[in-house]
Design a protein around this ligand. Structure first.
Ligand code: G6P
Ligand code: MG
Length: 222
């Protein structure tokens, strides 16, 4: 029986993925790497340091920096990202998402956040959504990033629920893999080819319908 919903943040609740990409593009440019728009999809769901690594590899500069220098680069990107995020308001919540969260809450479902972002508390505050969530995984306490299942297992445990009692929402292939490795029902938001492996896929949050998702969840034997 469905008792809880678990959400990724960037690309699911709000489109902060565009701000991540812009901040990385600006940083990459400073070190001589021209990052195309299409790179944004590769960054979805990856931790800050993993994102920097794939950007440096793309620019063939992975051996040019010490660990300390890499941390300084990541910190610079984060400063720029925070400046952009501080301008966000509840108008930046993706279509239908606020309705879905409130509908779930009214049904008595528990809500958890499973975002790899250390800026998630700031973003939830900007979106005025922080009071809706019963639990939030602190990514600083995790050993492994997505696609490892750790973050979704932790979110489910924080809610005190079993894997067949939750539905988890993701926009990233690494995130869908993480949900499935945790044994949970995955709703993918985005391109069905990219998100193959999810149990239910919508092209965008505008197409989300909680009653329909619950129907498919039950039909799958949950
Ligand atoms: C999310 C985003 C990634 C981002 C990661 C870490 O998973 O999809 O693009 O790199 O969070 O975010 P942070 O705000 O901690 O740098
Ligand atoms: Mg995401």
């Amino acid at each position: 029986m469905l008792k809880g919903l678990i959400f990724d943040l960037d690309g699911v609740i709000t489109d902060s993925a565009v701000y991540h990409l812009k901040a990385w593009q600006d940083l990459a440019k400073e070190i001589g790497i021209d990052l195309p728009e299409s790179f944004g999809d590769k960054l979805r769901g990856l931790s800050r340091m993993d994102s920097l690594e794939i950007i440096l590899e793309y620019g063939h500069k992975e051996n040019d920096y010490t660990q300390e220098e890499k941390e300084a680069l990541a910190a610079k990107k984060n400063d720029a990202y925070i400046k952009a995020v501080q301008k966000m308001t509840k108008a930046d919540i993706l279509p239908k998402m606020a309705d879905l969260l409130h509908e779930a809450k009214a049904q008595g479902l528990k809500l958890a956040l499973a975002s790899a972002s250390k800026n998630a508390p700031l973003i939830l505050h900007q979106l005025e959504l922080e009071d809706l969530f019963d639990a939030r995984v602190d990514p600083a306490t995790l050993k492994h990033g997505k696609p490892d299942p750790e973050i979704y297992i932790r979110a489910q445990e924080l809610l005190g629920l079993e894997k067949n009692e939750v539905i988890s929402f993701e926009d990233a292939p690494a995130g869908v893999k993480s949900i499935k490795a945790a044994g949970q029902f995955a709703v993918g938001i985005g391109d069905p080819v990219v998100l193959k492996g999810a149990d239910y896929i919508v092209g965008s949050t505008s197409a989300l319908d909680l009653a329909e998702i619950e129907r498919v969840f039950k039909k799958a034997g949950n």
